[in-house]
Design a protein around this ligand. Structure first.
Ligand code: OAD
Length: 255
C-alpha cells in the first residue's frame, strides 16, 4: 500500500470523530463538470455570471435555461465509488459527518443506495450550497422538489411558478453574493470543531465560508487529510495530502 494511503487510513481508523468536506472534484468521475474546470462553462458563460440574484432579476429565462441544462446533465449522473465509500463510512460509524458544497444530490443517492433499506440519514450530507433539484419560491420562500418536473425555459411566461403565491420559482441553491443557511453552516462548523480529523476531498478550497470549515478542525487541534489531484490553499496545512482522483482514493483510505 502507498505509504500516504496507509497513513491516511491509520489516522481515520484511530479518529474518534471525523468530518468530511467535499467539493465538485468528488463528482468528477461521475461526469459532473467542476466549477473552475473548462467543462464548467456553458455557452461561454462562467457560473459566476449566471449564478447570481442579479442575473436572475435581469434574465430569469436565461438562468433557468442554464439550470435546466445542468439538471438534464447531472440527472443522468450516478454516484461513483468515492460517494459510496463515504456513504458506507457514515452509515457504519456514527462519528463520521459529511458536509458538502455540491448541489448535485449524488451523496444523497449514494446514501439511499448503500443504506439498502436501513435509515440513510447518517449518510445524508449537510448541503452548504443547497440542492440543484430543489425549487424555492422567490416571493414566499416555500420549497418544493424540482425532480421529475421539467422546466420549460423557452420563454419567460413558461417558467415555473409557485403554486401558493404565483411568484417565480428559482433553483434552491446558494448563489454568489447570497448568505448560506446559518443553521446548516453552524452545524458544519460544530462538526468540524468536534472532529479530530477533517477529510477534505475534491475542493479547490477557495470559496468561503465553506473553505473555512476545515480550519475549525485545525484550530481545535485536529488534523487535515486532503484528497485532490492538485495542491490547494489547504495543502500546506494537511497532515496527509493524497494526490489523485477521489473515486480511487476515498475507497482506499476509508476501507
Ligand atoms: P472547484 O471547481 O472550484 O474545484 C474542484 C476541485 O476538484 C479542484 O481542486 C480540482 O483539482 C479537484 N478535482 C478535479 N478532479 C478531481 C477528482 N477526480 N478527484 C478529486 N478532486 C478532483 O469546485 P469546488 O471547490 O467544489 O459554490 O467549488 C466550490 C464552490 O465554488 C461551489 O460549491 C460553487 C462554486 O462557487 C456555489 O455555487 C455557491
Amino acid at each position: 500500500m502507498n505509504p500516504t494511503v496507509a497513513e491516511a487510513r491509520a489516522r481515520l481508523d484511530a479518529a474518534r470523530s471525523v468530518v468530511v468536506l467535499t467539493g465538485a472534484g468528488v463528482s468528477a468521475e461521475s461526469g459532473v463538470p467542476t466549477f473552475r474546470g473548462e467543462a464548467g462553462l456553458w455557452r461561454s458563460h462562467r457560473p459566476e455570471e449566471l449564478a447570481t440574484p442579479q442575473a436572475f432579476a435581469r434574465d430569469a429565462r436565461l438562468v433557468w435555461e442554464w439550470y435546466a441544462w445542468r439538471r438534464d446533465l447531472i440527472g443522468a449522473c450516478r454516484p461513483n465509488d468515492g460517494h459510496r465509500a463515504l456513504a458506507r463510512a457514515c452509515l457504519d460509524r456514527e462519528t463520521v459527518r459529511l458536509v458538502t458544497q455540491n448541489v448535485d444530490g449524488l451523496h444523497e443517492q449514494a446514501a439511499e443506495e448503500e443504506a439498502a433499506g436501513r435509515d440513510p440519514s447518517p449518510a445524508l450530507p449537510l448541503t452548504l450550497h443547497g440542492r440543484l433539484f430543489g425549487d424555492r419560491c422567490r416571493g414566499c420562500g416555500i420549497r418544493s422538489s424540482g425532480r421529475g418536473r421539467p422546466v420549460d425555459a423557452s420563454s419567460f411566461d413558461t417558467l415555473p411558478r409557485c403554486g401558493t403565491c404565483g411568484d417565480l420559482l428559482r433553483p434552491d441553491v446558494v448563489w454568489f453574493g447570497e448568505a448560506l443557511d446559518p443553521e446548516v453552516l453552524d452545524a458544519a462548523f460544530a462538526a468540524a470543531a468536534a472532529a479530530d480529523v477533517c477529510l477534505v476531498a475534491g475542493t479547490s478550497a477557495v470559496v468561503h465560508p465553506a473553505a473555512s470549515v476545515p480550519l475549525a478542525t485545525l484550530q481545535a487541534g485536529g488534523a487535515l487529510i486532503e484528497v485532490n489531484p492538485e495542491a490547494t490553499p489547504l495543502s500546506a496545512r494537511a497532515a496527509v495530502a493524497l494526490r489523485g482522483p477521489a473515486a480511487d482514493l476515498l475507497p482506499a483510505i476509508l476501507g
